[in-house]
Design a protein around this ligand. Structure first.
Ligand SMILES: Nc1nc2c(ncn2[C@@H]2O[C@H](COP(=O)(O)OP(=O)(O)OP(=O)(O)O)[C@@H](O)[C@H]2O)c(=O)[nH]1
Ligand SMILES: [Mg+2]
Length: 379
């Protein structure tokens, strides 16, 4: 269900719904219908108009639907009001993304981060119906015992849990910091960008690692690190990261911050864009915004247009970036050579190039405890 407001024309809402459907399919759901309502402003009680709510209720019942997903955020009250009329679970995009994240989270860190995000933001909105359904279709479900008890837990209990999770997370982060110290000295190249852009595929291509690359959205939730060789004895560490998406719940971004911080620490960020996607410009824009919000110094970002095997007219340098196909490997050697030159300078003698990269001292404080060996600045 999409809502078209004067500021957001129906065309954009249509595209957002395409993506919402893709997200739903990634969690294993089947999409049986969609609807958009144009309004001058959202309804305070139900977001969409009363007539539309009844219509959705009827259509959902006819299709025997289990869930109605709204592309816009719903308040806990709106969910309640909607579920009074619509006789199945009602959730919003954020809930769907969180659910998907929970399913995809493999490591303890990712799990903890998602659980934290859920407790801090999503839990009050998860209705009994949705929690139940989410479990039925194989989701990991909310943390702890019965969803019921979770939902009814009082604030004090939630606060305690949040505190515990934060503690667990900072412990994991400390361990990670230790690993980081050990590998200091080797330059880091992070792969970032919209979900499904092909980051993991490119990561595998550059490192010969076996990271899962899937048609699913948010296949990757944890940053993966691996050595990659750029030729001429130049070695870097490639980092694969969680994808970006429109309307990403901001609490979720906050919990994933430590994962995304790998991007901040990187000497070079490859912003991967799926150029075969009809909305690649919007995806690039979202990627750009998230990187900027994270505090990434844009002079350290290199645009990489991927899936050029699907858009054969684009070759070599396009739109101020490089074109590659992570699938066929086309353009990847050129990309590696380019990265090598950017990081090590043209000499390729294994030393870091200084000069231009002095700017990184201006980056936010997060980079301050990076192993100093890598942060060479011309004296
Ligand atoms: N045709 C084509 N498909 C590609 C290319 N690179 C990746 N893909 C496909 O695109 C899909 C997504 O690839 P991933 O590497 O998982 O994308 P990702 O950016 O890591 O996605 P998330 O981890 O979900 O954020 C997979 O089905 C890949 O096989 C490419 O160069 N050409
Ligand atoms: Mg991935």
């Amino acid at each position: 269900m999409g809502l078209a407001l004067p500021a957001q024309p129906a065309g954009v809402v249509e595209e957002n719904l395409d993506e919402l459907a893709e997200l739903a399919r990634s969690t294993g759901m089947e999409v049986v219908g969609r609807s958009i309502q144009s309004r001058r402003s959202p309804d305070r009680r139900t977001l969409i108009g009363r007539g539309k709510v009844s219509e959705i209720a009827r259509v959902a019942a006819e299709a025997d639907a289990d869930v109605v997903i709204f592309d816009d955020d719903l308040t806990p009250n709106q969910v309640k009001n909607l579920e009074e009329v619509i006789e199945c679970a009602v959730i919003d995009r954020s809930a769907l993304i969180l659910d998907l994240f929970l399913r995809q989270a493999r490591t303890r860190e990712a799990r903890t981060q998602v659980e934290l995000a859920q407790l801090e933001y999503q839990l009050p909105r998860l209705t009994r119906r949705w929690t139940h359904l989410s479990r039925q279709v194989g989701g990991i479900g909310v943390r702890g015992g019965e969803g019921e008890t979770q939902l009814e837990a009082d604030r004090r209990m939630l606060r305690t849990q949040i505190k515990q999770l934060r503690k667990a997370l900072s412990k994991i982060e400390r361990t990670r910091e230790l690993h980081r110290r050990r590998r200091s000295g080797t330059p880091i190249v992070a792969l970032a960008g919209y979900t499904n852009a092909g980051k993991s595929t490119l990561f595998n291509c550059c490192t010969r690692a076996g990271v899962r690359a899937e048609k699913k959205l948010f296949a990757t939730l944890d940053s993966k690190l691996r050595k990659g060789f750029l030729g001429e004895r130049a070695t870097v560490i490639f980092v694969d990261t969680v994808g970006f998406i429109r309307k990403l719940p901001h609490h979720l971004v906050a919990s994933f911050r430590s994962t995304l911080e790998e991007i901040l620490r990187a000497d070079l960020v490859l912003h991967v864009v799926d150029q075969s996607h009809p909305q690649w410009r919007e995806h690039m824009e979202v990627g750009h915004t998230v990187l900027a919000d994270l505090g990434v110094d844009m002079s350290r970002v290199l645009l990489v247009f991927n899936k050029m095997d699907r858009c054969p007219s684009e070759t070599g340098a396009v739109h101020g970036g490089l074109a590659v196909s992570a699938r066929t490997g086309e353009g990847v050697d050129f990309l590696k050579a380019h990265v090598r030159d950017r990081i090590f300078g043209h000499a390729g003698d294994g030393r870091l190039a200084g000069g231009k990269r002095g700017a990184r001292t201006d980056a936010p404080q997060q980079v301050s405890h990076v192993g100093s060996g890598r942060m060479l600045v011309d004296p």
